[in-house]
Design a protein around this ligand. Structure first.
Ligand SMILES: [Zn+2]
Ligand SMILES: [Zn+2]
Length: 344
C-alpha cells in the first residue's frame, strides 16, 4: 500500500509499505477513506516533535471502514464506518477512568498514531485498543462531516468544556486557524453573551465574518482595546488561546479580566514567559494542555443533529497519490487553504 513516511528531518515521502496486520487482540485494521493534514504533522516534518520515530507512516486525522479486528474487539466489526481518535488509550488506567485519555499510561498512550506508531496518511492503519480509538459514524453523517472529530474538533470541544463558559460571558478566542475555528464552533454551543475572535490573517478574519455573523472579529494589534470595549468587566471573562504565535500567550492573559479563566490549547515552539509580577492581583486561572479526545461519541451526535458543521474548513481536496502537493499547499498556506481532505 501507499504510505506517507517520515524519512528524515524536512522530508516526508510517499512510499510502498506492506498492509498493516493485527498484532494485539484489541487491534483493528481500518481502510482509510478520507484523511487530512494537521499542523502537528508539519511539526514532525521540521523536527519539532523529538519523540516522533523515523520511517513511521504519518497522519492522525482520518475516517475509514473497519477492515478486520482482533479477537477481543467488541464495539466495532468489519464494514463499520468509523472515526479514528488521535489518541491511543487503554480505558483502564487511572487517567483513562477519569476521562484524561491524553495521559493514558500505556506505553503507546496519548498521541502515538502517526508519531510513534504508524498513522493514517496511507491506505490502511492499525488502531490499537480499537474499542476506545474508533467511534461509529452515524448513517446520515458523511466522511467529510466526521473528518475532524478525532483531533482538531476534539481539541475545540475540550477547550470549550474546560473553560467553564456561562451565558453572561464574553469569550475571546485567539487564533482562527483550523483549531481556533473548531473551538469557536464548540464555544457557540455554550451560548455565551459575546464571542470575539482575534486573528492576524485577513483571509481568516473574513472567513469568520462570512460564516459566523454574530461573532466579533479583531486583529491582534487591536485586540486588547477591542476586548475591553466589547466586554462588561474590562476584559474577556474567558480566553482561549488557540494560536501558538510568538506573542499570543501574552495577549491572552492581558485581554482577560481579573478572575478570568485562560485556557491554552495552542502548541508553542518556544517556552513561554509567565510574568507573575505583572499579573499579580489579577487572580487568573490558567488551564493548559492539548487535546483530550474523550468526547468523540458526543461530538458525532452533535454533528448528526446539525449542531456542529466543520465542512466549510475543507477548502482543498487531493487524492492520496498527490499528498506531497497537498502538503506544499497546506504548509505554505497557498490559495486560501484552511484544511485539506485526502481522498484514499
Ligand atoms: Zn493534529
Ligand atoms: Zn489508559
Amino acid at each position: 500500500m501507499k504510505a506517507l513516511t517520515y524519512v528524515e528531518n524536512g522530508k516526508f515521502q510517499l512510499v510502498e509499505k506492506p498492509k498493516p496486520e493485527i498484532r494485539e487482540s484489541r487491534d483493528a485494521i481500518v481502510k482509510v477513506t478520507l484523511g487530512s493534514i494537521c499542523t502537528s504533522d508539519l511539526h514532525i516534518k521540521h523536527g519539532g516533535v523529538p519523540r516522533a520515530v523515523k520511517k513511521i507512516t504519518v497522519g492522525h486525522e482520518m475516517v475509514g471502514i473497519v477492515d478486520s479486528v482482533g479477537k477481543d474487539v467488541k464495539t466495532v466489526k468489519p464494514g463499520d464506518r468509523v472515526t479514528v481518535n488521535v489518541e491511543t488509550f487503554c480505558g483502564e488506567c487511572f487517567f483513562c477512568k477519569h476521562g484524561f485519555v491524553n495521559n493514558c499510561t500505556d506505553e503507546n498512550g496519548g498521541w502515538a498514531l502517526g508519531c510513534r506508531i504508524d498513522g493514517g496518511q496511507a491506505e490502511y492503519v492499525r488502531v490499537p485498543y480499537a474499542d476506545r480509538g474508533l467511534d461509529l459514524i452515524p448513517e446520515s453523517v458523511t466522511d467529510e462531516q466526521a473528518l475532524f472529530v478525532g483531533d482538531i474538533l476534539a481539541t475545540g470541544f475540550w477547550a470549550a468544556k474546560i473553560s467553564e463558559i456561562t451565558a453572561e460571558d464574553t469569550v475571546l478566542i485567539i487564533g482562527a486557524g483550523p483549531t481556533g475555528i473548531c473551538t469557536l464552533l464548540c464555544v457557540m454551543l455554550k451560548n455565551p453573551k459575546r464571542i470575539i475572535v482575534c486573528e492576524k490573517d485577513e483571509d481568516r478574519r473574513n472567513f469568520v465574518k462570512e460564516h459566523y455573523r454574530d461573532v466579533y472579529v479583531c486583529t491582534p494589534e487591536a485586540c486588547e482595546e477591542f476586548t475591553r470595549l466589547n466586554s462588561d468587566h474590562g476584559g474577556a471573562d474567558r480566553v482561549i488561546e488557540a494560536a501558538g504565535g510568538v506573542d499570543t500567550f501574552q495577549l491572552a492573559w492581558k485581554c482577560a479580566r481579573p478572575n478570568a479563566v485562560v485556557t491554552v490549547v495552542a502548541m508553542y515552539e518556544e517556552p513561554q514567559i509567565l510574568p507573575l509580577p505583572d499579573m499579580y492581583g489579577k487572580n487568573l486561572t490558567f488551564k493548559t494542555g492539548g487535546v483530550d479526545g474523550c468526547d468523540c461519541k458526543d461530538i458525532l451526535k452533535l454533528i448528526e443533529r446539525g449542531k456542529i458543521d466543520t465542512t466549510p474548513l475543507i477548502t482543498h481536496r487531493f487524492p492520496l497519490s498527490e499528498i506531497e502537493e497537498a502538503y506544499r499547499i497546506f504548509e505554505n498556506r497557498l490559495d486560501g487553504v484552511i484544511k485539506v481532505a485526502i481522498e484514499v
